[in-house]
Design a protein around this ligand. Sequence first.
Ligand SMILES: [Zn+2]
Length: 485
Amino acid sequence: MSELSQLSPQPLWDIFANICAIPHPSYHEEQLAEHIMGWAKEKGLHAERDQVGNILIRKPATAGMENRKPVVLQAHLDMVPQKNNDTVHDFTTDPIRPYVDGEWVKARGTTLGADNGIGMASALAVLADDSVKHGPLEVLLTMTEEAGMDGAFGLQPNWLQADILINTDSEEEGEIYMGCAGGIDFITDLPLTREPVPAGFATFTLTLKGLKGGHSGAEIHVGLGNANKLLVRFLAGHAQELDLRLLDFTGGTLRNAIPREAIATVAVPADKAEQLKTLANAYLAILQNELEMKEKNLTVLLASANSDKAALTTASRDTFIRLLNAMPNGVIRNSDVAKGVVETSLNVGVVTLQDNNAEIVCLIRSLVDTGKDYVVSMLESLGALAGATTHPKGGYPGWQPDAHSPVMALVRETYQRLFNKTPNIQVIHAGLECGLFKKPYPNMDMVSIGPTITGPHSPDEQVHIESVGHYWTLLTELLKAIPAK
Ligand SMILES: [Zn+2]
């Protein structure tokens, strides 16, 4: 028996232990899906799957509650497979080994899959536990959320009967989510021309590093330094006076992480090397002053280098530098609906130079789809001015906050009544599946709740035991309180 069977509430924890025992990383959810289908049919519940593999299970209303608005409880089937370097674990065959450590449940050396396994277990526990009172109920378990939201993208209209969707994929007990940002990648390709570095030039690498970096959505409002933007700003200020030639520029590693480091390889006439050094030091002092509170470890390093690369022509150099320097970055607009939350942002994430081409990859996020369109149009305009080709890629919609959502108001009242404190109504500047559900189900009233999970997507993932109890109480009281149609 798992030590999770000692925990309360049951059967939620036992169901979670069973989920842990069946491998279910993204793209390998089939075994768990089949298990759940068999389990539901054994219980005499209607269960079916759609063409992308999403599971839908229906349970009739508790006697006397048939007139309530139908509700769908939703979770994703997959988990993120991450392990420590020294852990031997095959996520496609080996079970997750959860254990209790004080107030928390953790896994041994791997992600736990509490994201979204606790949510999934809570939905199945409502199906299993006849003492929970509810109106007409559906449970929707989606495929491959963590690796592209395949299930949410494939969800068909007229499949769900519910009017209200409760998403269980948020990770802070006491917070209620009513909206999330959508995103889109944006790629700018600028053709480059090169020529040999003139004789008598000295070559250097100019490195800007030591920035904190972070999640390009959740932390975009913090005002952290973006290495790409900070390095190009120096070049924009001094390339012409130094007669500087640009051989290379590379910065950032992921489009969804704020870049921590950028490096330019440059050449200047030998008699200007001293001036370059002075200017680089002066620039470091400027940045240290501007970012004193946020970026304590920021440094600018100039080092002699050898390179046989050709340099960009001065015209090509200027176009590249001006394009990147003029590119907007960070917060574009804050939300009027969700106070203190970013509505639209972008992260100038990755810059790389090839022989004939510079590529700049941005990730744009917005709570409103037209906010993304606005940034796309700015970047397209900028690209056109520079003679670059541009293309957006892989967009997904946001979940626009609805300040008048009845279910959000009901969750707030229910939480207040149960715990005698006001929950935080939140919008996240990152992705949830709810935005995609709005397409086939534009009138669905949606809200997202969950227990407290820290370190999701990492081997440090853990779920707070007491918060699971609070979350379960909130969920079951909420189901009881859903109004009549
Ligand atoms: Zn999740």
